[in-house]
Ligand binder design. Structure first.
Ligand code: SF4
Length: 381
């Protein structure tokens, strides 16, 4: 069945949408480093490696946050051979603070596959890309349309909003049959040439003009074709996401000190979140459990060490998916015991200055920055 275009559209409307959006993009696109090649030149089609790295970073993360990470990452690991040869710890360290670290691990694993099976080339072949770790339909379409002008669609938050409004889609394009609808819409609007630019223009329009609240319809190149504007439904399309129920969690983190060294533990490869990254041991407190009692229990259960808790170092509040975590960090003196692998893969003793060396999560980095302050005194008793 052909894709249902709005009844108000004429036979020429779709072609007009493509032309207007590309013309708008030519004038208004932001100057972003992944739109240039390694020599700083604006190129179309774009450099596949730069597009790939940027698109992986941009999933779940804003453009402004990604730019400095992208530049650091490309300086350290400028191509597939360099990425494939890198140690995972280096890749994670370059990613530290961006979050969703599985993205970095998948990127790294995919580079190794490309080295092994394709001599490090980034092929113009959707089947090769679809088989790579971490490559879903979005990354596949984003890379192949921008780097090879393949007629493949993309859907992410910005283009989803633009498409739903442009076509006046009343359902939720994030769920159920709405998902299939939005991918079909993204496919139907594609031009036959400049596909990568067109995909970028949809996202750019969503980021700069067709924003979630108060879209700037009076400056929008699609205003004469937009169904949501015609029906005055811009505020209602797409429907707002249902609010997520937040669960409060109280955690204790234990900074175990042995002389001038601090205990750092590595999460195991099967940890899921933050796997292979480092941290001071931490875990939820039981209902009604005192902080010091929790610190003694958590240190023993997670590491095998016996400790004597000291003073509080700091309290860190952070969100992980639907959990609002309050992490109370206490300093503690090592009393005895030996490291027992299990909850953690490895443990090591480091000086406060060495805490900067290993990849850690953002809340842990806050703690470690405080611990590494050269003016700080241990607060054991
Ligand atoms: S006219 Fe308004 S609602 Fe429609 S695509 Fe443009 S900015 Fe979005």
């Amino acid at each position: 069945m052909p894709f249902p275009l709005p009844e108000s559209w004429s036979g020429r409307t779709l072609a007009g949408v493509r032309t207007k959006l590309l013309n708008w993009f030519d004038k208004h696109q932001r100057d972003l480093p992944w739109r240039r090649d390694a020599n700083g030149k604006l190129t179309v089609p774009r450099d596949a490696y730069r597009v790939w790295v940027s698109e992986v970073m941009l999933q779940q993360t804003t453009v402004a946050a990604v730019v400095p990470y992208f530049e650091r990452f490309l300086t350290a690991l400028p191509d597939v051979p360099a990425l494939a040869a890198a140690d995972e710890q280096q890749v994670l360290k370059l990613w530290e603070g961006l979050g969703y670290y599985r993205r970095a691990q998948h990127l790294h694993a995919a580079a190794k596959v490309l080295m092994e099976n394709h001599t490090g080339a980034l092929p113009d072949d959707p089947d090769v890309w679809a088989a790579l770790p971490g490559v879903g339909r979005y990354i596949l379409g984003a890379v192949l349309s921008q780097a090879f002008d393949r007629p493949l669609p993309i859907v992410e938050a910005n283009s989803l909003r633009v498409l739903a409004r442009l076509f006046g889609y009343r359902g939720d394009p994030r769920e159920g049959e709405g998902k299939a609808w939005v991918w079909s819409a993204a496919e139907v609007v594609l031009p036959s040439k400049r596909v990568g630019d067109f995909n970028q223009s949809l996202m750019e329009l969503g980021a700069l003009v067709c924003t979630p609240a108060a879209p700037a319809c009076d400056t929008c190149p699609l205003s004469t074709s937009c169904e949501a504007l015609r029906l005055d439904l811009q505020e209602k399309i797409p429907p707002k996401k249902k609010p997520v129920a937040i669960t409060e969690v109280s955690e204790v983190g234990v900074v175990v000190r042995d002389g001038d060294k601090l205990l750092l533990c590595q999460r195991p490869a099967n940890a899921g979140r933050w796997q292979n990254m480092w941290e001071v041991p931490h875990a939820p407190r039981a209902e009604g459990e005192e902080v010091n009692a929790a610190a003694v229990r958590v240190a023993k259960e997670l590491t095998g060490f016996d400790i004597e808790p000291g003073a509080e170092v700091m309290v860190i509040k952070h969100r992980v998916t639907r959990y609002a975590i309050t992490l109370v960090c206490v300093e503690a003196a090592l009393v005895g015991g030996e490291f027992v692998p299990g909850a953690y893969a490895e443990a090591k003793w480091v000086t406060p200055a060495e805490l900067a060396n290993d990849p850690v999560s953002s809340p842990q980095r806050k703690l470690m920055t405080a611990l590494a302050n050269p003016n700080r005194q241990p607060r054991l008793f």
